[in-house]
Design a protein around this ligand. Structure first.
Ligand code: BGC
Length: 781
């Protein structure tokens, strides 16, 4: 799918006579023409139209407003209709019915001089009407094809209303659960994040961007937004170029490579320069290094906010700085509308730069086929929603997203989960069993509470109302003594208690919902402790948009399932999982903290000069002195559950990692090699045997990690480089083989280049980021 524009850069750093090929970031590469905006035939049409435009009309294409329900501070403008007819608006968002989009489109196509259609956008984040689990949960499936299909369903529904552009996927790496927007992304890992980014883009954009049911995707927020200091939304970020290149940029690069038509510049300042006025990222990296030809959209008023950042003294300077840095389209702040024409007349902005940005916008509109089909068929709208295949997919996605964190036995029997149909009388306790809006999650498009099948409803169907007693006990943030006591009394009479605790999916997760404390809100902890004190077997189903710090629960409750915010099929998915018709296969995409004091927390950390972990087999010095090591006096370093972790109803055993198929036996180098004459020397692989050691069939996500030692820049103690899903019958063993591509061994070095350097390499094939025994190999100079 990738077409390389320059010859691949070859670094000759490997074993005698051999060289690894590694892609350089400075090698411009673009997706092939099928993705639309890279189709060269569009350029002729773009130039012909551009040649007929006045400066005012050009600037109009760079202006975007929210015409519906705002998601941020308002612009104060309401005269959109007049502006559209005058050609002063290029894009609108937050409109969500076919009737409305057609009405606005008619103004553009019938009233404006050049008849340039509008493009309508919306935050279609985890579904449009069929609401899927939140993105953090979707990532926990480790199933990119499934995520691609979910994005396709969202595209099918949204496009039926005339929306042809989504502000998704959010591909921000997040290492801090205090940040509420951790729920909107794929977690902390750049490899998994890249796989997910590409899957969303493929799903939204389909095989042709000009198909009526395709949406242009937006990779956001460029870049580093998730590194907000203290996990406080919109806060400053400081990220070294090395970490930027290795951790924060790869998912954006993957989205661009998959053909993402737009990129959204972020709110945050990055190393002192706001990202919406940052030519290093917007021009040098995105355009020059990556060859991106799509639209750079600002975030909501992020152009005007340059004044708050202190890099602009007024709206005019904000327009000048954002535009010259590379923001094509001004979302909501009206600053381009008010100032760009004047800035060109004053000679501060060259008109040629305006032309470039207008080209990007027009190219997008041509690529979407909007000139041929500006309107949407209003009769199609209703039938496109909530189709059975989409609903089935939403249920499957929810089932695959659940992460089983703990599943102990009570009184020496089998583990408490899955529940048996003979479990007896069930008490369903807690505020989230029937909370429809929380199930919808943080950014639920046109999702409606009446579409949600709640956990309580589905459980009642399964066990019969006569076997189920349901009590909220307490609300999410408040509760009375009487209600709490009633719930405890109900639990005491039951055979099994299912507790549904956690966060308010709408109000406590997503944008502007940072939290300084990550325990259970309100009186839920008190409810939990009183229920456990009844001595009944308890299953805790945790609803949240982020990992929560629940040391008491993880110690005292025998079974805990992280259900995230599961979408409209929450109920059936949970019931099937708890009763074993679907065995959990989800794995964590974030390191689950023990306490807030550990944050930011991520598995792919650097080792430091004084690592505390003595069991680290790759640490060449062995354990250090106990006192003067990198640790807390009052907390462990390791997470409560590591990245990649998730239990199943069966168990899996891993054999040792082996380096296979190497001609270079002494080194066991795992990579695609060429000899000195450039001949392909075949592929080297790593493998391990995985066995289902339990008594139920199961699926396992097998993970591949590497560590590089002896390199010019310190590299993470482990970095994910691959994963595979396998199915195993009880007792069955499969050999799982990974090919280590050269890219997997590349790093950003001390001279600011992507290279493969001489190194000792540790390779793990393991069930998560904290277990397994590595094989080692050597990359020689
Ligand atoms: C968010 C973006 C979103 C935009 C438009 C902003 O507040 O940061 O993620 O796409 O609003 O709704």
């Amino acid at each position: 799918m990738m077409r390389m524009l320059c010859a691949t850069v070859t670094f000759s750093f490997l074993l005698a006579g051999y060289a690894l090929e590694v892609r350089s970031d400075a090698t411009a590469s673009v997706p092939d023409a099928r993705t639309g905006i890279y189709d060269p035939s569009l350029d002729t049409r773009v130039e012909a139209l551009l040649g007929r435009m006045t400066l005012e009309e050009k600037v109009g294409q760079l202006v975007q407003y929210s015409a519906g329900q705002p998601t941020g501070p308002g612009t104060g403008r309401t005269d959109y209709e007049d502006m559209i007819a005058k050609g002063q608006i290029g894009a609108l968002f937050n409109i969500s019915t076919a009737k409305e989009t057609n009405a606005y489109q008619r103004l553009a196509v019938e009233k404006s001089r050049l008849k340039i259609p509008l493009v309508f956008g919306l935050d279609v984040i985890h579904g449009f009407r069929t609401i899927f689990p939140v993105p953090l949960a979707l990532a926990s499936t480790w199933d990119p094809p499934l995520v691609e299909q979910a994005a396709r369903v969202a595209a099918r529904e949204a496009s039926a209303t005339g929306i042809r552009w989504t502000f998704s996927p959010m591909v921000d790496i997040a290492r801090d659960a205090r940040w509420g927007r951790i729920t909107e992304g794929a977690g902390e890992d750049p490899y998994l994040g890249s796989e997910m980014a590409a899957a969303y883009v493929r799903g939204y954009q389909g095989t042709r961007l000009d198909a009526p049911d395709s949406l242009a995707a937006t990779a956001k927020h460029f870049v580093g937004y998730g590194a907000a200091e203290g996990g406080r939304d919109y806060n400053t970020t400081e990220i070294s170029e090395h970490t930027l290149r290795q951790i924060y940029l790869p998912p954006f690069r993957a989205a661009v490579d998959a053909g993402a038509a737009t990129i959204m510049s972020a709110f945050n300042s990055l190393n002192g320069i706001p990202t919406s006025a940052n030519p290093f990222i917007l021009r040098q990296i995105l355009r020059e290094e990556w060859g991106f030809r799509g639209v750079v959209d600002s975030d909501w008023e992020s152009v005007r906010e340059l004044i708050h950042h202190g890099v602009a003294i007024d709206r005019e300077t904000a327009a000048l700085k954002a535009f010259m840095a590379g923001v094509d389209l001004d979302m909501a702040s009206s600053v381009y509308h008010d100032h760009l024409v004047k800035l060109v007349s004053a000679g501060k902005v060259p008109e040629a730069r305006i032309d470039d940005s207008v080209r990007n916008v027009l190219r997008l509109k041509f690529a979407l086929g909007l000139f041929e089909r500006p309107y949407v068929d209003e009769a199609r709208e209703h039938d496109a929603m909530l189709r059975p295949d989409g609903l089935a997919l939403a249920q499957k996605a929810a089932e695959r997203s659940f992460v089983l964190l703990k599943n102990d036995s009570v009184s020496g029997d089998a583990p408490i989960l899955p529940l048996s149909d003979r479990a007896g009388r069930i008490a369903l306790i807690g505020p989230l069993a029937d909370d429809l809006s929380s199930a919808l999650g943080s950014w639920a498009g046109l999702g409606k509470v009446e579409d949600v099948v709640s956990f309580r409803t589905a459980l009642a169907r399964r066990v019969g109302e006569q076997n189920l007693v349901h009590h909220k006990g307490v609300g999410i943030t408040e509760g009375s003594d009487e209600d709490l006591a009633a719930a405890v009394a109900a639990a005491a009479k039951a055979d099994v208690v299912i507790l549904t605790l956690g966060e308010d999916g709408g109000g406590m997760t997503g944008e502007a919902t940072s939290r300084a404390f990550l325990g259970l809100p309100g009186r839920q902890q008190e409810l939990l402790e009183k229920i456990v004190a009844t001595g009944k077997p308890v299953v805790l189903v945790l609803f949240s948009g982020r990992p929560l710090t629940l040391p008491w629960a993880f110690e005292k409750v025998p079974a805990v399932l992280a259900a995230w915010l599961p979408g409209i099929q929450a109920g059936p998915a949970l019931v099937r999982t708890l009763y074993g018709e679907s065995s959990p296969t989800g794995k964590l995409v974030v390191s689950w903290p023990r306490s807030v004091g550990q944050l930011p927390l991520y598995y792919n950390a650097l080792n430091t000069g004084r690592p505390a972990d003595k069991s680290d087999l790759t640490n060449p010095l062995g354990g250090a002195d106990d006192t003067y090591v990198s640790r807390y006096l009052d907390e462990r370093n390791d997470p409560r559950f590591p990245f990649g972790f998730g239990l199943s109803y069966t168990t899996f055993g891993y054999g040792p990692t082996k380096i296979d198929g190497s001609r270079l036996e002494a080194s066991g180098l795992t990579a695609k090699l060429r000899d000195a004459a450039g001949r392909d020397e075949g592929v080297l692989t790593a493998s391990a045997e995985v066995t289902n050691t339990g008594s139920r069939p199961g699926e396992e996500v097998v993970q591949l990690y590497v560590r590089l030692i002896g390199t010019s820049t310190s590299q993470p103690v482990r970095a994910l480089k691959g994963f595979q899903r396998i199915s195993l019958a009880p007792g069955e063993t499969k050999k799982v083989t990974f090919t280590l591509e050269p890219d997997a061994l590349a790093l950003w070095n001390d001279r600011n280049q992507w290279v493969v350097e001489p190194a000792k390499v540790a390779v793990w094939i393991s069930p998560d980021s904290a277990h397994g025994t590595p094989a080692t190999l050597q990359i020689l100079p």
